[in-house]
Every structure is written in C-alpha cells, then in structure tokens.
Design a protein around this ligand. Sequence first.
Ligand SMILES: Nc1ncnc2c1ncn2[C@@H]1O[C@H](COP(=O)(O)OP(=O)(O)OP(=O)(O)O)[C@@H](O)[C@H]1O
Length: 677
Amino acid sequence: GAGAEEGASLIQFKQSLVNAPRLSSWTSKTPPCDPKTQWLGVLCLNGFVAGLRLELMGLSGQFNPSPLKQLRGLRAISLAGNTLSGPLPDSLTDLTTLRALYLQGNNFSGPIPPNLFSKMTRLRKLYLAGNHFSGEIPASISQSKGLVELHLEGNQFSGSIPDLASLKSLKSFNVSHNELQGRIPESVSKFGASAFVSNPGLCGVPLLDQPCEPQPPAPAPADSQTTTMDTILAAAAAVEASTDSTVTKKDIPGLVMLMTIFVLAFSVIVWGLAFPGLRIKGDRDSFSKLGEKQNSDESLPAESSRAPGSPERRSIDIGVKAVEGSTAELVMVNEGGGPITLSDLMKAAAEVLGNGGLGSAYKAVLGTGLAVAVKRMRDMNRAAREGFEAEMRRLGRMNHPNVLPPLAYHYRKDEKLLVSEYMPKGSLLYVLHGNQGADHAALDWATRMKIILGITRGVAYIHAELATLDIPHGNLKSGNVLLNENFEPLIVDYGFISLVNPSQAALTMFAYKSPEALSNRHVSPKSDVYCLGIIILELITGKFPSQYLNNTKGGTDVVQWASSAVAEGHESDLLDPDIAVETASIRFMQQLVRVSLTFVEPDPDRRPDMKEALDRIEEVVVAATDGNGEVLRTRHEDYVRSTSGRHSVRRMESTGLRSGRRNGNDDHDDDESFAAS
Ligand SMILES: Nc1ncnc2c1ncn2[C@@H]1O[C@H](COP(=O)(O)OP(=O)(O)OP(=O)(O)O)[C@@H](O)[C@H]1O
C-alpha cells in the first residue's frame, strides 16, 4: 500500500546519504509510519510521512531530494547540523508541499539554482545558514510568498539582496556574514543591523556605519600573518594618502571587508561547532508536535544570529608603517589600565570595530591581556597641539562610574589616536537593536531603568566637569553608550566639540540633529538634554529612532510617536512589549515617557537643563525602586552635586555602581575618598 511506497522512497533517499547507521530502522520490512516500529526521524500524520527530522546524525554525502517527491504529505525536512555537502540539486524544486526546510550547519556549497524556489509556494521557513553557499541569493525566494523565517547567514552569498517586498509575512530574516553588496532593500531594512552585519559591501539603513556612497575597491590583501594595530593603521593611512583627505570615511569599509571575511570564516566554524547544542533543544519539542497540529510542523524555533566569535587575525600589511619616522609617543592620561606604550599598542593583535562619524574604532589586545578600543579620529585639527593635549588630560581625569575616560592618546598632525578600555558587550545601540541574544534578553525593566539612570548621571557629570564647553557631550546617542558586564552604562565620545573641525562636527555630531540645530539656531548644553531624551524614549519603546538617521526613511520618530500617544492618553502603546509585560511597573514607564518628553521639547528654553533633568529622572527611579534595594542601591541624596561645577561628588553604596577605575590625577583624590570622609 501507500506505506510500502513511501518506505521505498525513503530507502532510496537514504541511499544517497553516507554514514547513516542510525537509520537502521529504515528497512522494507516495516512501513515507515507503523506506530509500533516507526522509523527513526520520520514524523507521520494520518499514517503518511509528514516530516523528516534527521538533524545532528553525522550524516554526510549529498542531498538527493528526488525520491522524496513521492511523499505527498511531506511538510518539513530538517537535516541541520550534519556534514552534507555539494550543491542544492534542481530536484528540490519538486518538493512543492514543503513548509519548512532546515539545512543549516552543513557543508553545502556552490550557487543555488535561481529558480529553485519558484514552485515552493508553501514554504514558510527556510534555513540555509552556516553553509558555504555562494553566488547570488536565488531570486525565486520572492515567490515563496508565505515565508515567515528566512535565514541565510554565514554563507558566501554575493551580489545584492533581491527585492523581497512580496514576502509580506516575513518575521525573521538574516543574511549577516556573507559577501553581499549594494543597498539594503527597504522591504527588509526593518530587521535591524544584526541581520546584515559582516557584509562589507552592503550599505544603507540599518547599517549606520555603512551609508551608501561610492566606495573605492578594497586594497588587495598580502600574505597572511597576524594583523597588528600597526598594519591596520598603516593600511588606513596609505589608502588615505593615495586619495584626498575626504576619502577617509570611505577607506575603512575596505579594511572592514578584509577583516570581516576572516572573522566570518572563523565564526562559521564556531557556529558549526556551537550549533549542535544550540539546536537540539527547541527542535525536538516543536517537531514532536507535528503529529498533533496540522500547522505547527514547521515551527522549529529561529536560530538567533550569533555574535561573531573571537576574530581570526590576518595581515593586511601593505608595507607602510603608520608610525615610521615618528618620535611621538602614546601619552597616558589615566592610569586605569596600567602603562601602555605606542609599541605595545602597535604590536597588539587588532580588529576593526566600526567606522563612525568621527573616526574608525579598532579593538586591540595588548600583550598584558588588556583589551583596548583605539579610536582613530579624523578631522580633529581644530585645536592646536597644546589645546588638544590639555583637553585630553582633562578628559583623562573624568572619574564617574558612568563615564569612560580615555586612557591615552597619540598626537601627530596627521594622526590622532584615542585609547580607552574595551567594553565587550559593545554599545547600547547594538544590544538593544542588533543582538537578539542573551544580552538583549537581559534588558528587562530594572536593567533599562539602571541604564537610564546611569546615562543621566553620567551626562550630568560631564555637564558639571566640562561646563566650559559650548556643548559638553555633543554626540550623545545609544551607539556612544557602552555597557559593561553588569549592564552599567559607560558614556564615550564626549567633550570633542572644541577639537573637531566645525564642518565635520555639524555633519556628524548628534547635538547637530537637535531641533535647534536643524532650524539654524545655536546648539547648547540643552542639545545634549534633547539627545538624552531620545535615548530614554529609545530604551522604553525599544524602537530605533529615526532621529539617528540623516534622512527621514527608516526608524521610528519616537518624539512624534510619544507626544501623540501621551496627548491621546495611550502611553502604554509605546512600551516595548519586552518590558510592558512587567505590568506592576507600567506607571513608572509612563512617568519616564512624560519626563523624557520634556527633554525633547523642540524649544530648548522649555527643556530642563541637565541638573534639573537628573533630578526628574532620579525622582521617578527612586519612586519606582523604593523598597526594592536590588535594582539600584543608591539613593537620591547619595549623589550630591557641588554647585561649583568643579566636581561632581558622589557616594555609591553599591559596588556594582562603583567604577573600579583609578584616577591618576591627584587633583581628584577627594572624589575617591569622599565615601570615607
Ligand atoms: N571602548 C569600547 N569598547 C567596545 N566597543 C567600542 C568602544 N568604543 C567604541 N566601540 C564600538 O566601536 C564601534 C565604532 O565606534 P565609533 O566610535 O567609531 O563609531 P560610532 O560611535 O558609530 O560613531 P561616532 O564616531 O559618531 O561616535 C561602535 O559600535 C562602538 O560601539
């Protein structure tokens, strides 16, 4: 009967597999769906084969789907986490009943036939991640109009992302860690940067670091060696020297490309290794429901995109030494990380972190094991050497648990480096919008409140310490808030206004995106208050603010949205669903929305100053955490600000809120000893 025919097809399918001893139950002696002898990995529905769940079985050989087209009720196939190889054959196209195909974590390779998916109109989930697929993403994917989950990350797909506007139900999408190029189609830009990272040729929203503009070809890689800070800077400097100085912003993507290809290669391996343990749990559950629910057959959970593992380091030495002929040294301005010399730094294994408006950032791991972030500033010639150095010394003296001071700088006319401690969790921007992994999950309400309070305190401190500046921070955004291992925020990239060339400042610094700047009025310390309001709304709504973009496309206008929701009395619509579940705290979330709306008042005169802003935030947070010492073990009165503006003296009860950083400057010893006095 039908059972025997289906069995014969499966046996034929099995013959294409190598190393399938675990499929010994697959014999012609019994039918595949007999409840007493049911074949391993075969899922049945009403006596017919409905699914093949053959993940993590050590299977190798090629995937020959031809025999499977005889299985009229086949809805899901998982071969994930095996070592199947070769290309995807054309015959896959005949599996038109398929709802879900999980092939991730194998060794599949080669281009995918462009029309492969044109007949697979019922497909809802397609996982090809973590293989070696190359060539273009098959355009026929857009014909599987019911796709809900599409995961192509960790391959070598090239060319541009096809237009996927026809995939109206797409909920989960990832093409990160490929070799894709061109502008990200608007239809998928909502999936956030993590869905696209490590595609050096991709540009546009949501890759803020990779705006679309013509890019020069990447310099060709030379032989492999360890990449050091020195070779990275040399390469960057050489590209710059070979073009005019305005090209600086474009040279780094080439470097990023080289670096990320290597990171990619390594992370695919790690992904493959990490894969089995990750997959097995969720899959078993959801697959076992296949016999119960008609529509849940394909509901294996989505694999969240992995952050890349530790980088593989390769040389991009193009023969120019960044510091050759220079006597300039690295000048320490904060002893927190111990002494660092320029030669330590140049020898350090390095990787590219990103390319921001003010420069490019690199991670370097020193011989001592200390990881530092090195920011190579561009367009920072506003101040003469003495002015630059004095400002750096002042920034190095910053001493607040929520402010990351530079540890050292390197100054030459044509090269300025700023070294600070490396924060492994990365920025709030990344944790909030990019990474949907464990760090994102940790952003519960208490943590977000702690972050909001920390940022506000940090900015208030910066305003007190750098009161002489027109705009003390000037570049406040979630990308410039780093998170330490306790999710304590640390503010970076502050105090540059007197150093950055004015035209560059106006183009790239976030204070210049405030309403006053956009209507050609003066930026002021109140512009930082505006930027702070955006970050708070970003944290409460979980939405990427359109205010961070240069055009009006993409992101959420959090100011407009919050103002109208408050005006209409449905503030609760604003809340990120991830925190709105904490219903007991909703009224505090709403209070914070109202407070932050005062920060984003279009008229700066109607905004509070930073001192007042801090009071308002602390008031809500203290009320919200009263009687709950776990959230924030600091009290309002422990944070005493001196009116002189010279020092922000504070006492933190919680060690978690206390920075371990030591300040190298005698002037400020009273900050450290305040608790004892
Ligand atoms: N000390 C650090 N530790 C960890 N990551 C860092 C550190 N400093 C910067 N980064 C990360 O490196 C990346 C690039 O930083 P960079 O400052 O160059 O860009 P940006 O913040 O996007 O732009 P801008 O130049 O406008 O500040 C960002 O993702 C940032 O979060």
